[in-house]
Design a binder for this molecule. Structure first.
Ligand code: COA
Length: 348
C-alpha cells in the first residue's frame, strides 16, 4: 500500500472541485451501500453515480418498494444492485456480530432484530463483512442515527478514538491554503474536545485531506495565543494536542499554538513563530472547540462569500457520510463521491 506521506496528486485548483474528485473516484470504483433507497434524491444520485462511473451503488431495502419508488419518478435502476436486508443470507451472522460487539448492552435477540430494522446498521455491517466499501446516508436519517450506527457497528479508525467532522472551505483568496481551499475542524460533532480529542481531530482532518482531496496536510493549531504569549489551560490544551500529533504522526507538518494571524500571514508568522513549518501556508485550520470552528467558518461564508463543503465525517473505521436532511440529489451524489474516496485507502 501507499504510505501516508505519498500524496496522490498535486492540487492544482484549476478544475472544478467535484469533477476533480469524480475523476479520482473513477480511478478505482468503490461499492457504496445506500440504505435510504426509496428516497427520490438517493435514487437520482445512485443513477448519476452509475452513469458517471464514480462508484458502484448498492441500494439497500425492500426490492418491491425500491422499484416502485424508482418507477414513480422515472429513474431506471435495472443496472443497479438491490440488497434485501430482511432475507439476506448473512443476516444471522450480522446479528451475532452485533451481539458480540455490543455485549456490554446484553441485548436480547428481539432487541437486536429491532436494531436492524434501521437499515443504517445493516448497511454498516455489510461493510464490516466486506460486502461493500462505504455507506452513503444522512439525507433521511438524523446525524445522531448515522453516527450511532457508524460508531457501534464500524467503530473508530485505527489511530484515533474520536469521530469528528471537518468542512472544506473553497473560494478563498488563492494565496491561502490550496489555491483558496482549506479544511477546517471540528464545527459539528465534538463539542468541547480535550487535548487528546483535539489531536484526534487534527489527525483525522489530515487523513481527510490525503484520502479525499489528495493534498499534503499543513496543520495550524489555532488559539488566542502564539507560542506561549499567553498562559492558560485553554492555550495549554492546544500545545498538548500539537505535541501529541507530532509524536503520533511525525510525518505531518503541524505547528501550534498559533493565533490565526500568525498562522495565515507569513510576515506575522515569522515574527511571532520564527522557523514555523506551517505559518503563512497552512491548508488545515484546527480550532480549539466546536464554537470557534462553527463561528469561524460561517464568518467566512457569510462575510466573504466562501463556499462550504461538508460536514465530512472522519475518524470512522468504515466511511459513512452524513449530510443535511435538506440535501438535494446533487448533494447526495457528492456524498457518494466523498465516501467512496474515503474508502479507497482501506481497500489498498
Ligand atoms: C453518537 C452521538 C450521536 C450520541 O450518541 P448517544 O446515543 O447519545 O449515545 P452515547 O453518547 O452513549 O454514544 C454511543 C457510543 O458512541 C460513542 N461516541 C459518541 N460520540 C463519539 C465520538 N465523537 N467519537 C467516538 N465515539 C463516540 C460513545 O462513546 C458510545 O460508545 P459505547 O456505547 O461503546 O460506550 C453523539 O456523538 C452526538 O450526539 N453527536 C452530535 C451529533 C449531532 O447531532 N450533531 C448535530 C450537528 S451536525
Amino acid at each position: 500500500g501507499c504510505r501516508r506521506v505519498c500524496y496522490e496528486r498535486e492540487w492544482d485548483g484549476t478544475m472544478d472541485l467535484i469533477e476533480k474528485l469524480a475523476e479520482r473516484a473513477r480511478e478505482r470504483k468503490m461499492r457504496v451501500a445506500m440504505p435510504e433507497a426509496t428516497d427520490e434524491r438517493t435514487l437520482r444520485a445512485a443513477r448519476k453515480a452509475v452513469d458517471t462511473g464514480v462508484a458502484l451503488p448498492l441500494l439497500v431495502g425492500d426490492e418491491k418498494q425500491i422499484r416502485a419508488a424508482a418507477q414513480k419518478i422515472g429513474v431506471p435502476i435495472h443496472d443497479i444492485a438491490i440488497v434485501d436486508p430482511f432475507h439476506h443470507p448473512s443476516l444471522e451472522r450480522f446479528h451475532e456480530e452485533y451481539a458480540q460487539l455490543r455485549r456490554k448492552e446484553n441485548l436480547t435477540p428481539e432487541q437486536i432484530r429491532d436494531v436492524f430494522k434501521h437499515l443504517a446498521y445493516f448497511s454498516v455491517m455489510m461493510a464490516r463483512f466486506g460486502l461493500c466499501d462505504a455507506v452513503t446516508m444522512g439525507a433521511v436519517y438524523t446525524t445522531a442515527d448515522v453516527m450511532r450506527a457508524a460508531i457501534k457497528v464500524g467503530g473508530v479508525a485505527e489511530g484515533v478514538k474520536t469521530v469528528s467532522a471537518s468542512v472544506l472551505i473553497t473560494g478563498l483568496n488563492p494565496k491561502f491554503g490550496e489555491t483558496g481551499a482549506m479544511l477546517m475542524a471540528d464545527p459539528a460533532v465534538v463539542i468541547d474536545p480535550d487535548a487528546g480529542q483535539l489531536a484526534d481531530i487534527a489527525i483525522a482532518t489530515a487523513d481527510t485531506a490525503i484520502d479525499i482531496f489528495g493534498f499534503e496536510p499543513r496543520i495550524a493549531m489555532l488559539s488566542f495565543s502564539t507560542k506561549g504569549s499567553a498562559k492558560h489551560p485553554l492555550q495549554q490544551k492546544v500545545v498538548d494536542a500539537t505535541e501529541t500529533v507530532k509524536a503520533r504522526r511525525p510525518e505531518l507538518l503541524i505547528d501550534g499554538e498559533l493565533q490565526s494571524d500568525a498562522a495565515l500571514d507569513a510576515a506575522i508568522g515569522r515574527s511571532k513563530a520564527p522557523g514555523s513549518p506551517v505559518c503563512g501556508r497552512p491548508n488545515i485550520l484546527i480550532y480549539p472547540d466546536i464554537g470557534s470552528a462553527n463561528i469561524g467558518h460561517k464568518l467566512l461564508r457569510v462575510m466573504c462569500g466562501a463556499d462550504v463543503f461538508g460536514p465530512i465525517l472522519q475518524g470512522l473505521a468504515i466511511p459513512c457520510s452524513d449530510m443535511s436532511r435538506g440535501a438535494n440529489a446533487h448533494d447526495v451524489y457528492v456524498n457518494i463521491i466523498l465516501t467512496a474516496l474515503k474508502a479507497r485507502r482501506r481497500t489498498l
